[in-house]
Design a binder for this molecule. Structure first.
Ligand code: BJ8
Length: 427
């Protein structure tokens, strides 16, 4: 990787991006990144890798995808944790999680979707309509899923603009639902094989399961270090690691996260932290925080707290559970994948008590002083679940602050006041 500045405008133009708007987006995100991440004190040196990746988020990584496609490879874009990256890789394609974490082109979005749609779905449509996301334009296929109603219906609209395949996700976890989900994985394999012209074999799937497990294990190590007081890494930096995990090259990312984990384990042994020992420790649970949504973490850490864990899709739900590695046949591996993926605790499921159990377990393991339950406005599933999350977690002796917000900066002042009061209360 070279540090020499490269002009990628021709590549972006070839992808059909709206260049002036794309330049404006990059400038805004770059400014936000500098103000949010580079102003932190005493960051681990290993974060230099993620700083570099972010500086090249629409540059070098897109060039890698571009070169891969020019050599005959296929790129598959996804929006949800239930879409198994292992199958995409086993079919010879690369998987990229598409960002949906910033307000963009809402004027165009609201001509299609109701105003009272969650920010994540609006952002997903806005990046497409505004022609500013090179990951979308590099995707030969997008995979949607029937999770919440908003996403499910928005995929119908997105599918009018781009090649999109939707998986049907059951909403319960009975044995017959697992069997149905397994049949959806079989259908997905057929779709992927048609796209890439390559067969998913027991060998290719076993290799991709190991590879993706390796990435998840590296993230587990990074996050386990956060149980220490003082925390050796900020919540912002840990969140960024998971956000980048969705689109970076898998072997390289795994190697760099293991190096970061080595450093964090040394910091823990030496008592080195990013916040003073005894700083209020916060676990966040709720809706995912897609790139570049860093709003709540920034508020908490600016107020003197430290985020020590995320029970969310851009957090523990992504890396905690692994796929079994000892199966020999394709059939057995599909059983393993179906079981692992249906074990993710999203509020689209009923019941979804496993999520609350996870919050309580993580709060104890990470020695959290308080939990913030975070829901995007108009996200009915997480908002409805919020009351019982709060009641049960408080019943277990941990204070909870419930927050509903979106991607705008308008409520930052008000949220900061509430978070500051909460941090004072829990300490
Ligand atoms: S597995 S959380 S990534 S669906 S915030 S779009 S639920 S209205 S994002 Fe999700 Fe998969 Fe579940 Fe995770 Fe709908 Fe709510 Fe919006 Fe949401």
């Amino acid at each position: 990787m070279s540090d020499a500045p490269v002009d990628y405008h021709q590549m972006w133009a070839d992808l059909g991006l709206d260049l002036p708007m794309h330049d404006a987006l990059l400038e805004a995100v770059g400014g936000m990144y500098g103000g949010t991440f580079m102003t932190q004190q005493n960051r681990p040196e290993g974060m230099g890798y993620l700083d570099f990746v972010m500086s090249e988020v629409h540059g070098l990584r897109i060039k890698e995808l571009d070169d891969f496609r020019k050599s005959g490879g296929k790129v598959v874009g996804t929006y949800c944790l239930y879409v198994p990256e292992e199958l995409i890789r086993a079919a010879g394609a690369w998987s990229v999680g598409i960002c949906a974490g910033a307000e963009w082109a809402y004027d165009q979005v609201e001509q299609i979707l109701p105003r009272n749609t969650c920010a994540l779905i609006k952002s997903m449509m806005g990046f497409k309509l505004g022609k500013v996301c090179p990951y979308l334009e590099e995707s030969d296929l997008l995979i949607g899923e029937t999770t919440c109603d908003g996403k499910k219906k928005a995929y119908e609209e997105l599918g009018k603009l781009q090649n999109l395949y939707t998986m049907e996700l059951p909403q319960m976890k009975r044995p017959k639902d697992v069997a149905f989900w397994r049949s959806e994985l079989v259908d997905l394999i057929a779709k992927l094989e048609e796209l890439t012209g390559k067969k998913v074999t027991a060998e290719s799937l076993a290799a991709s399961i190991k590879e993706v497990n390796g990435k998840r294990r590296a993230l587990q190590r990074v996050n386990a270090a956060r149980a220490a007081d003082p925390a050796p890494i900020s919540g912002l930096d840990s969140l960024l690691a998971v956000q980048v995990a969705f689109y970076d090259d898998v072997p390289r990312f795994t190697q760099m996260m293991n190096a970061l984990a080595d450093e964090l384990e040394k910091r823990v042994a030496d008592g080195v932290g990013v916040a003073p020992k005894g700083a209020p420790r916060i676990l966040i649970t709720g809706t995912p925080m897609a790139l570049p949504n860093w709003k709540l973490h920034q508020i908490v850490e600016k107020a003197g707290g430290v985020v020590v864990g995320e029970e969310m899709c851009t957090g523990s739900r992504y890396y905690e559970k692994l796929v079994k590695e000892d199966s020999a046949t394709l059939d057995e591996m599909l059983d393993d994948l179906a079981a692992k993926y249906l074990d993710i605790n999203c509020a689209c499921f009923t019941p979804n008590e496993g999520r609350i159990d996870d919050v309580i377990r993580m709060a104890k393991d990470l020695k959290a002083d308080g939990v913030i339950d975070y829901a995007l406005s108009f996200c009915g599933t997480y908002q409805i679940e919020s009351a019982s999350v709060a009641k049960t977690v408080q019943g277990a002796g941990v204070q909870v602050l419930r927050i509903e917000t979106d991607y705008s900066a308008e409520d930052v002042g008000q949220l900061s006041t509430r978070v500051e009061a909460f941090l004072e209360m829990v300490k």
